[in-house]
Ligand binder design. Structure first.
Ligand SMILES: [Zn+2]
Length: 133
């Protein structure tokens, strides 16, 4: 049996935000915009445990929507701009914020668990034995 290469674990939060592999921190976590890759191209870790579905992305979009609605209400109450200004401001901002935050949220929720905190779970079993201590 060949010896397994050991990796220093990256920060789980930063690995998720950067959409990188939770084991090596270098390989990309996604093969599409929100599609988890089957495995890491660098360390060959199987990402089957990291696919959390659309839940995190939906959660992030709902949070972004909350902040957009609050911002719309504040601007409306303070400045009372015409409706075209609202459309010009909030439609692009909603798209940018939702799409940008969705991938970061998906990566953090699905791809960046902390193996030291869950050594007996499926993620810890997939990752924990191959980290340097
Ligand atoms: Zn990797």
């Amino acid at each position: 049996m060949p010896a397994r290469k050991k990796y220093s674990p990256p920060s789980p939060f930063m690995a998720g935000l950067k959409s990188r592999c939770p084991r090596c921190g270098r390989g990309r976590l996604f093969s599409g915009y929100l599609t988890i890759a089957p495995r890491c191209r660098v360390c060959k870790l199987n990402f089957g445990f990291a696919d959390s579905g659309d839940g995190p992305a939906v959660f992030i979009v709902l949070i972004a929507g909350f902040f957009i609605v609050v911002a719309v209400l504040i601007v409306e109450v303070r400045y009372q701009p015409p409706y075209w200004v609202h459309a010009a401001l909030w439609l692009p901002l909603t798209g940018i914020l939702s799409l940008g935050a969705a991938q970061a949220g998906q990566g953090d929720a699905g791809g960046a668990p902390i193996p030291a905190q869950c050594p007996r779970g499926p993620v810890g079993q997939a990752l924990g034995q191959e980290f340097e201590t």
